[in-house]
Design a protein around this ligand. Structure first.
Ligand code: BGC
Ligand code: BGC
Length: 601
């Protein structure tokens, strides 16, 4: 493959914007190993693409920073929506607008080009990291930390399948998930995106999500109907930064670091993951976005990855000597796609100039383009040009948050609850009258955490308006209590007129994402829950603490005061799964995927 690309690159020279005459058919040169049909087809396309169109494959802007006319003119290989953007400037746009936007950009990307230059459809990437949660009404699955506690690869596979279908409803091709970080310092704000501190737990779950999203290797529908492209991220060391600082430094013996932080990648590669995202962090002083030894020698050489490497949000701009608009180092190190949300034009122009002046050898560009086209070919994007709204599941809005998908999420919630303490108050007695306290009890936003409708998530997201069809923890408890012949009362501040049989106190961390969640220490200091537990203890009301958090924390005061304590993590939209465990309808089988803290530093 490499030899052929070198040959074709030399033959076409640097063609400027002129289109290279299309050979009637590709005629691979004689070589020892015969070229696969896939490789021959890609080589043929690359040979016929202009320099400008090739560079455009490497450019990934975010929606809102370019128009359909820009797409028509530049032909970006892909684009993303990011955590804080929805189509047409509306973060909460209905699913139909997402699909309309997908069509608009796709159709602009496939308009015929002059001179018979091959048309390469664009693709849209999104962060459906716990369900397709940028979109209102989507099923919100527990964040990975909860799935690590559930330890059930089959469940994670089914979550991947459901997520892929919901993504397809909106016409999107590509998911930036699973995160297979092995978080080793829970002060890191992304700990909840990690399944576990143990790579042996992370690896099979990451692989299962890949299989669910993309379909299994060898199966006819892989990357077809019901499936999207997956991304294992962030390669590598994202969970191993010093003091848990996001985008920070990872230091240590490289083999020892690989044994922990690169360990999940072989499993996801075996599962066929088509994309891997480079990490923001540096390893022993070298930023991953410019780390040839790791991005090329290890990832492609040692681990045999043959898909595409996508950068993270301006991650290339953090490489020594680079800016957001000038970074040949990343491509030379092995990056294929630059995630360049806003500064795409400057980067595009610089890359073209750098190929022209020889800073970037044409074969390096061609290899990157080939890898991107290979993924598109496998995803069926190059076979027939079908606009997003005409694809399977597109526009089937009833599939967003469908009862079947919500049932999988509810199962996941129940399986992810970890019962840290139970002095006998659980399961709640049949017919019990319960009081549900704490401002988090009826907040779906708090139960969902970051990466929910907005990048950071947030308590301003309201149940009825933003989470139609979802069930809060309070609602789940109420339904369960009533179904069992008892009653439930919501009392945020814990006051009551008739003494309840038990009080459920729901409290925890407020939503955050990425570096906004970095902490200096892990002491849980908010005292709302503590105050409620104290009050109920003084009044002789048995208590169940339900703690919502993106990580284990030091909270011995609450643990000691509560009669039962449940680590609930960030369960998402199906609060009934919490009630399933508290009532004993589902046994509490969740196990910690992270060590719980005895100390707060
Ligand atoms: C995050 C990635 C994410 C990307 C696109 C970055 O800030 O680190 O995980 O895929 O943004 O939203
Ligand atoms: C974007 C996220 C991204 C973050 C990086 C936000 O504005 O929406 O997707 O991860 O910036 O800083």
């Amino acid at each position: 493959m490499r030899a052929f690309l070198l040959a074709t690159a030399a033959a076409i020279g640097l063609a400027g914007c002129t289109t290279v005459p299309a050979p009637a058919a590709s005629v691979p040169p004689a070589q020892t190993a015969p070229m696969s049909d896939e490789d021959a087809r890609i080589a043929d396309l690359v040979t016929r693409m202009s320099l400008e169109r090739k560079v455009a494959q490497l450019i990934q802007p975010q929606i809102g920073s370019f128009t359909a006319d820009d797409m028509r003119r530049y032909r970006f290989g892909s684009y993303l929506n990011g955590g804080n953007r929805g189509p047409y400037g509306d973060e909460f746009a209905p699913a139909s607008q997402w699909l309309r936007h997908a069509d608009e950009m796709y159709l602009a990307s496939v308009e015929p080009l002059a001179g018979g230059e091959p048309v390469i459809p664009t693709m849209w990437g999104t962060d459906a990291v716990h369900g397709h949660t940028n979109v209102v009404r989507a099923t919100i699955f527990p964040h990975n930390i909860g799935l690590g506690a559930a330890r059930d690869p089959d469940l994670v596979r089914r979550i991947g399948e459901a997520t892929a279908v919901e993504i397809e409803v909106t016409g999107i091709d590509w998911n930036f998930s699973p995160t297979v970080a092995v978080a080793r310092d829970d002060r890191w704000g992304r700990t909840y995106e990690s399944y576990s501190e143990d790579p042996a737990i992370v690896a099979p779950l990451g692989a299962a999500l890949v299989e669910g999203l993309q379909g299994r290797k060898g199966e006819a529908d892989r990357l077809g109907a019901g499936h999207v492209i997956a991304t294992a991220k962030h390669f590598f060391g994202d969970g191993g930064t010093d003091q848990g600082v996001d985008q920070g430094e990872v230091t240590g013996d490289i083999e020892a670091l690989k044994a922990i932080h690169a360990a999940p990648y072989p499993a996801t590669i075996d599962a066929g993951v088509e994309a891997i995202m480079a990490s923001f962090n540096s390893i022993n002083g070298v930023k991953m976005h410019g780390n040839k030894m790791l991005l090329t020698d290890v990832l492609r050489g040692e681990l045999g990855f043959d898909g595409l490497v996508v950068g993270d949000w301006n991650g290339h701009g953090q490489v020594a000597g680079c800016t957001n608009t000038d970074c040949p180092q990343s491509l030379l190190a092995g990056l294929d796609i630059y995630m360049v949300p806003d500064d795409w034009k400057g980067l595009y122009e610089t890359l073209i100039a750098q190929v022209r002046d020889g800073t970037i050898p044409v074969p390096v560009l061609d290899e990157a383009v080939s890898r991107i086209l290979r993924v598109k070919l496998r995803a069926g994007l190059l076979d027939e040009f079908v606009q997003p709204s005409a694809r399977p599941n597109a526009g089937e809005y009833q599939l967003l948050g469908s009862p079947e998908h919500r049932a999988i999420a509810r199962e996941a919630v129940a399986k992810s609850q970890v019962l840290l303490k139970n002095d006998g108050v659980l399961p709640l007695a049949e017919g019990a009258d319960i009081l549900v306290a704490g401002s988090a009890a009826d907040s779906i936003a708090q139960a969902a955490g970051g990466w929910t409708l907005t990048w950071q998530g947030g308590l301003e997201l309201a149940n009825a308006e933003h989470f139609p069809g979802a069930t809060s923890i309070w609602q789940g408890l109420k339904d369960a209590a009533e179904a069992r012949g008892g009653s439930a009362t919501l009392s945020v501040d814990g006051t009551y007129s008739a003494k309840p049989d038990a009080a459920i106190v729901v409290f925890g961390e407020e939503p955050y994402a990425e570096f906004a969640g970095d902490r200096k220490h892990l002491g849980f200091s908010d005292e709302e829950g503590l105050g409620l537990l104290r009050k109920f203890a003084a009044e002789g009301v048995p208590t169940v603490a339900v703690f919502l958090s993106g990580r284990p924390m030091w909270m011995n005061r609450e643990l000691n005061l509560a009669d039962a304590f449940v680590a609930s993590w960030l369960p998402g939209s199906e609060g009934a799964g919490v009630a399933d465990v508290l009532t004993g309808a589902v046994p509490a089988t969740g196990k910690l995927g992270f060590s719980w803290h005895e100390r707060c530093d």
